[in-house]
Design a protein around this ligand. Structure first.
Ligand code: SF4
Length: 233
């Protein structure tokens, strides 16, 4: 698909004040016939995005990465959304945790989390980008300073240098907007979020905690790392 950067920039500006439902409606209409896919790790905002998107496009695929290090609660939540009818497509790393340990030593996450994330999250995300033309993500600007400038419509790069459209319908949503929607629609969510976790990733790299504006601060505690890297593609 040929992308016109000017058109995308104009759309992003025009949709800046639009509701998430309107941004999704524009996405499904503008890119009709192309491969549109959501990605989600089943955080609170991901649950909202799946619900919002499936109201417009019930069969839209939801890609999710199973690093092998997920909490049991996260896997159970994923399966709950599958049971609700969502087309959940699980993508796994190319190598198992065991093979990774044989090649790079045990507990790579503690010694070189960037390398671990590259193998277990970023590489699978690159493969997902070869399966879609339009990537819809639940990123919110208020999750962290690193996400504060997320455009509503942007692009991400595939391994071959081509680009996909990247849409963030919830970019302007707050944490409280997200929870209001979850409660209003009685959506299933990760029970760990009731137990002091504000953001949930892989079990070895996630701790309870996280504050307003930096809710990902319970991730990679004690390390400079704040992002796994998939949103830098
Ligand atoms: Fe590895 Fe931790 Fe990254 Fe998960 S979050 S892929 S365990 S470094």
């Amino acid at each position: 698909m040929e992308l016109d950067p000017d058109e995308l920039a104009q759309a992003s500006e025009r949709l800046e004040g639009a509701r998430a439902e309107e941004i999704l409606a524009w996405t499904f209409e503008r890119f009709e016939g192309l491969r549109i896919g959501l990605s989600s790790a089943f955080g609170a905002e991901g649950c909202v995005l799946i619900h919002l998107a499936r109201r417009l496009a019930p069969t839209v695929p939801v890609y999710t990465i199973d690093t092998g290090y997920l909490f049991a609660e996260s896997v159970a939540l994923r399966e709950a959304y599958r049971a609700m009818g969502a087309d959940i497509r699980v993508v796994e790393p190319l190598i198992s945790i065991r093979t990774q340990a044989e090649r790079h030593g045990p507990d790579l996450f503690a010694r070189d989390p960037d390398a671990c994330c590259e193998m277990r999250k970023v590489e699978p995300m690159r493969r997902i980008l070869t399966l879609v033309d339009v990537w819809v993500t639940a990123v919110r600007r208020d999750q962290s300073t690193t996400r504060a400038h997320t455009p509503v419509v942007g692009t991400a790069e595939r391994p071959d240098g081509s680009r996909v459209v990247k849409v963030a319908p919830m970019a302007r949503w707050s944490r409280s907007d997200t929870w209001q929607y979850i409660f209003d629609h009685a959506l299933p969510y990760n029970r760990l979020l009731d137990e002091g976790y504000a953001s949930i990733g892989c079990e070895p790299c996630t701790r309870p905690g996280g504050v307003e504006g930096e809710e990902r601060s319970g991730r990679w505690v004690g390390q400079a790392k704040t992002e796994c890297g998939i949103h830098h593609l």
